[in-house]
Write a protein that binds this ligand. Structure first.
Ligand SMILES: [Zn+2]
Length: 147
């Protein structure tokens, strides 16, 4: 489930800048065919090809032919929420992701207002409860200067 939200909070963690591919080329290990597979914005999942036309399903990634247009810069972090997330969720901190033009703009300890798309994943647990995992994909930010 995805929803647009605006939250106010304090940046509590910022990781180093990383890169990921929008499209990953996979080469069939048997016949050499190449499949360029678009990747979703879900950072927890890599999309791989289905079976090759030769019938096999064994691929290697050929990262050296990825072009710069197919690379997304991104930075993960975490925000301590003051305001903006419905209380029913009962959470105080959520992971955040900055991409491309929004990377390296925010520091730990800053109070910010973030616009973005909140993704909510349901992760089933052994005892049949479902626990929810949240990620905010930041689309805009505003620093809030206090005092
Ligand atoms: Zn093949």
């Amino acid at each position: 489930m995805e929803t647009n939200i605006k939250i106010i909070g304090k940046i509590s963690k910022i990781d180093d800048l990383k890169f990921r591919a929008k499209v990953i080329p996979f080469e069939c290990k048997y016949c050499g065919r190449i499949f360029k597979i678009p990747q979703s914005s879900n950072f927890f999942k890599k999309t791989t090809p289905g079976p090759c036309v030769c019938g096999k399903k064994d691929f290697s990634e050929i990262l050296e032919i990825i072009t710069s247009e197919d690379i997304i810069e991104h930075q993960k972090g975490e925000i301590e929420i003051y305001n903006g997330l419905p209380r029913k969720f009962g959470i105080k901190k959520i992971p955040i992701i900055f991409e491309n033009g929004l990377v390296n703009k925010n520091d730990v300890g800053e109070t910010v207002e973030l616009d973005g798309i909140l993704s909510i994943y349901s992760v089933p647990k052994v005892n049949m409860d479902v626990f929810k995992k949240f990620v905010l994909n930041v689309k805009g930010y505003k620093k809030i200067v206090s005092g």
